[in-house]
Design a protein around this ligand. Sequence first.
Ligand code: KIV
Length: 266
Amino acid sequence: MAGFTIQDFLAKKKNGGKITMLTAYDYPFARIVDEAGIDAVLVGDSLGMVVQGLENTLPVTMDEMIYHTRIVSRAVRNAMVIGDMPFMSYHTGISDAVRNAGRFLKEAGASAVKMEGGAEVAGHIRAMTRSDIPVMAHIGLTPQSIHRMGGYKVQGKTDEAAKKLVEEAHAVEDAGAFALLLEAIPMDLARRITEELSIPTIGIGAGVHCDGQVLVLYDVIGLFDRFVPRFVKQYANIRKDALEAVKTYKEEIERGIFPSEEHGFK
Ligand code: KIV
């Protein structure tokens, strides 16, 4: 079982400590994230875009999420592993939501799930938490709603939209969510929601006032090069380093430099 629990999430909010969270999708990177002491690893459906090369997250399936979550759980020693409910794994009804969420805990070693949506999924969250499946809710920019939202746009910019998001935040808290992810909303709105809720908020493009932060790992280490959202800070350029290494390998084979004596057997 993971060292970091939902009680630790709540304790950090109470004590003013910041919750750290990153995505991971495979064994080596999940080990790195865990070893660095990150509190929670999200196996996000963003894997559709950053691992599978898809245009958006909609085609990602439950079986693919279970496959990646199982691999990540195998690598992680201390962080909480959270599985992301993919498009159409809960939209078809509450019993589908409970069954699919349960798969993350039963088959893939996760300790919790994340699900996009506000008041419209409150009933799902209630049923899942009653089944002992901890749920992190996710409002603001919800990438599975890309067609309704007309693109990846900042949400909650008008007074009316902001008021609706505050209501959604309360609805998911009342339904039993243990934390709330806020994506791409103005920072003053994120601050208001964070102050009003007793559960922790985790921000991505929601400013510094959230109780914690999450980013997509491949953005943070510079492995995803299709676009870099404004809210991302790149701490490394792994893609550049990997490209250089592969080019040098190719060149050394062609010039007869590799393999050298030391790489051979006698
Ligand atoms: O799928 C994902 O990785 C996410 C993060 C962007 C929060 O939902």
